[in-house]
Design a protein around this ligand. Structure first.
Ligand SMILES: Cc1ncc(C[n+]2csc(CCOP(=O)(O)OP(=O)(O)O)c2C)c(N)n1
Length: 368
């Protein structure tokens, strides 16, 4: 995301100008890049820098502060310093030695689990990750915004046995996912004390956070998963379907699935979350972009509303912030006018930015 802010004029900073405020300091902890424009001629370079910082490395938000004179001023066109389009983010590959080590670690595990994060979605590594999961036969968990990398209805999805797999995996392979609060920091009691970690991340500074990684794959998810697939092509390996681990994960998922099904089928009134979400689920086309926010509303929707395509779920994500649903839904509908966009919000979440409905109506967006 590149956010554009407005502010008082550059020439009047310190004079008590209308809406003079230091916006950079409060924004800086949350942005990869935050800068105030000082010259109209250099605006292209500044926008390019914001785009590069947002898209390269770990993707993230940039903030550009545009003082009033940058917005309303004008310059001769031939004085503008144009810059070339920012190149696509590079796709660094992991150290080949680590690729071999990662596969050896997986082969030595009795209860391995792949955890897919949104890094995979941003890297557009869905094909590679799907092939890897299917060729290795490993159970996997998708983090909220990685739902749909493989269809949620996939036979190897362990979502319905989430607590069981987290507590019992002896090795986790983190693919563009972090051991943050959503994964209980990788620590007991949610994880085994001795859980081994194989970690793939584009940013080496993320490796080993909270739990040391036994093998680190520092690289782009798409490029690195392709390396793993090449290695598997040379020397195929599959975790046995009839292993105790695979069977126990499936049995646990089936058991939990039954209790969720009972809640979804519950005819009592008023309807609970599961029943009402099931009705919504049954009405949605598979390529619906689902925006979800709230506490229970968002959490339970992760279980009930399936995603079938990557980058089709936007929710409060790592920060857990309420108030972003309308903006996400508006952006999704503008970028994908032909798709259905569902904004699923708890009443509190809706209230944070409820007036944005006016934008939805003004632009004739058909968000549900
Ligand atoms: C910006 C922000 N403020 C406050 C919170 C704390 N918070 C988390 S969930 C929640 C309310 C959720 O209620 P609602 O949207 O009605 O969903 P429900 O749980 O009732 O389904 C709040 C205020 C937050 N996450 N982000």
């Amino acid at each position: 995301m590149i956010m554009l802010g407005g502010a008082g004029e550059t020439t009047r900073i310190g004079m008590g100008d209308f809406q003079e405020a230091d916006l950079l300091t409060p924004v800086l902890p949350y942005a990869k890049f935050a800068r105030s424009a000082q010259s109209i001629e250099r605006l292209p370079a500044l926008v390019a820098e914001a785009a590069r910082k947002s898209l390269h490395g770990t993707p993230g938000p940039s903030f550009l502060d545009l003082p009033g004179d940058m917005i309303s001023g004008s310059v001769e066109e031939d004085t503008v310093q144009w810059v070339p389009r920012v190149p696509d983010a590079p796709r660094p590959m992991a150290d080949p030695q680590s690729v071999g080590d990662a596969l050896e670690a997986l082969k030595s595990s009795e209860s391995p689990l792949v955890i897919i994060g949104k890094g995979v979605a941003w890297s557009r590594a869905e094909e590679e990750v799907k092939r890897f999961v299917e060729e290795t036969g490993l159970p996997y968990l998708a983090m909220p915004m990685a739902k749909g990398i493989l269809p949620d209805t996939h036979d190897q999805a362990a979502a319905a046995a989430r607590s069981y797999v987290l507590q019992n995996a002896d090795l986790i392979f983190l693919v563009g996912a972090r051991l943050n609060w959503m994964l209980h920091y990788g620590l007991p009691p949610r994880f085994r004390e001795d859980v081994r970690v194989v970690q793939l991340d584009i940013n080496s500074e993320e490796i080993g956070v909270n739990v040391a990684a036994e093998v680190s794959l520092v690289g782009d998810a798409k490029a690195t998963m392709a390396q793993l697939l090449d290695a598997l092509d040379q020397d195929p390996w599959k975790f046995p379907d009839d292993s105790e681990w695979t069977q126990s994960v499936k049995a646990e998922a089936a058991r939990n699935g039954e209790s969720v099904q009972a809640m979804m089928d519950d005819d009592s009134t008023p309807m609970g979350y599961y029943r009402s979400l099931k009705e919504i689920r049954d009405a949605l086309p598979e390529d619906t972009i689902i925006v979800a926010e709230g506490a229970s509303t968002m959490d339970i929707s992760r279980t009930v509303l399936d995603n079938f395509l990557p980058r089709h779920r936007l929710d409060a994500g790592s920060f857990g912030s309420m108030g972003l649903g309308h903006g996400f839904a508006i952006a999704a509908q503008v970028v994908h006018p032909d798709k259905k966009v569902l904004a699923l919000q708890g009443d509190a979440a809706f209230g944070f930015a409820g007036m944005e409905v006016e934008v939805v109506v003004r632009h004739k967006l058909s968000i549900m």
